[in-house]
Design a protein around this ligand. Structure first.
Ligand SMILES: Nc1ncnc2c1ncn2[C@@H]1O[C@H](COP(=O)(O)OP(=O)(O)OP(=O)(O)O)[C@@H](O)[C@H]1O
Length: 250
C-alpha cells in the first residue's frame, strides 16, 4: 500500500533520513521508533509531503507521492496527526470532525460554511457521517462538547475521527501517546487494533513502549536516520543492536 524505497532527506549538511526503505500493507500497524533526533518525524513528513526527499521513491497504491503537495496526498486517503495535538480547542468535537471533510468534499463544505440553502442536504449528510464516525470510536456522546475541555485521550480519538471521516485508508499518527494515562493508552491501543481489523493501515511514530509493543504488527527502529532493525515486536525487543542503541537505555 505504502512503499518507501531508499529515501534520503537532508537539511543542509545534515542527513536526517538515510537510505530508508519500508512498506506498509493494508490493515497493518507499522511503528517507527528510535532515539530523539533519529529521523522519525522527518520520515513521516517526507511521506506526507511536508518535506521533500533528496533521493528515493515514495508511492501509495502504485502512485508516486513525490512532488505532491500535502493536501493532494491527504486527498488520496492518507491522513496524519501532528505531534503537538492538532485539535481545534474552541470548537466542538463535531465541528472538529467536520473539518476533516473539507478536503474530501470541498465545494459542499464551503457552501455549508457560507450557509447557502442548496447546501443543507450536504450539511446533513456530513453531520450524520461525522456522528457515525464518533459512534464507531465509542465517543458519540462527546459530539457537542468543546474539544479543548476533553482529556488528552479523548482528544486523540477526535483527531482519529477527523482522519476517518474523510475515508482515510492510511492514518499516520505522530506520538499519539504523549500525555496519555496508562488506561487512555490501553484504550487507544484497542481503537487502533480495531481500525486495523477493518483494513485501515496505521503508521505510528511513538516512543511509548507499552503501546508500541501491544499494537504493532511490525516495528522499524531508526538510529541516525538509518534502519537499525525491522521486524515483529518480540524480535525487535530482543535485537542486540536495538538494545544497545535505544531500548536498553530505559
Ligand atoms: N526542518 C529542519 N531543519 C533542519 N534540521 C532538521 C529539521 N527537522 C529535523 N531536523 C533535524 O533532523 C534530525 C532528525 O529529526 P527528527 O525530528 O526527524 O527526529 P525524530 O526521530 O522525530 O526525533 P523526536 O523523537 O525528538 O521527534 C535531527 O537532527 C533534527 O535536528
Amino acid at each position: 500500500m505504502l512503499r518507501v524505497e531508499n529515501m534520503t532527506v537532508r537539511f543542509g549538511g545534515l542527513t536526517a533520513v538515510n537510505d530508508l526503505s519500508f512498506q506498509v500493507e493494508q490493515g497493518e500497524i507499522f511503528t517507527m521508533m528510535g532515539p530523539n533526533g533519529a529521523g522519525k518525524t522527518t520520515a513521516f513528513n517526507a511521506v506526507t509531503g511536508f518535506v521533500r526527499p533528496a533521493a528515493g521513491q515514495v508511492s501509495y497504491k502504485g502512485q508516486s507521492l513525490l512532488d505532491r503537495a500535502p493536501d493532494d496526498i491527504a486527498a488520496l486517503g492518507i491522513r496524519r496527526t501532528f505531534q503537538n495535538n492538532g485539535i481545534l480547542r474552541e470548537m466542538t468535537v463535531l465541528e472538529n470532525v467536520l473539518t476533516g471533510l473539507e478536503l474530501a468534499i470541498p465545494h459542499a463544505f464551503w457552501r455549508t460554511v457560507v450557509g447557502a440553502p442548496s447546501a443543507r442536504r450536504a450539511e446533513r449528510e456530513a453531520v450524520a457521517r461525522s456522528r457515525a464516525i464518533l459512534a464507531r470510536l465509542g465517543i458519540a456522546e462527546l459530539a457537542d462538547r468543546t474539544a479543548g475541555d476533553l482529556s488528552f485521550g479523548q482528544q486523540r480519538l477526535v483527531e482519529i475521527a477527523r482522519a476517518l471521516v474523510a475515508d482515510a485508508q492510511l492514518i499516520m499518527l505522530d506520538e499519539p501517546a504523549v500525555g496519555l494515562s496508562p488506561s487512555d493508552r490501553h484504550q487507544l491501543g484497542i481503537v487502533l487494533r480495531g481500525l486495523a481489523g477493518q483494513g485501515i493501515a496505521i503508521v505510528l511514530v511513538e516512543h511509548v513502549q507499552d503501546l508500541v509493543m501491544a499494537v504493532s504488527d511490525r516495528i522499524l527502529v531508526l538510529n541516525y536516520g538509518k534502519c537499525l532493525a525491522e521486524g515483529e515486536p518480540e524480535a525487535v525487543r530482543n535485537n542486540k543492536a536495538v538494545l544497545e542503541a535505544y531500548l536498553g537505555q530505559e
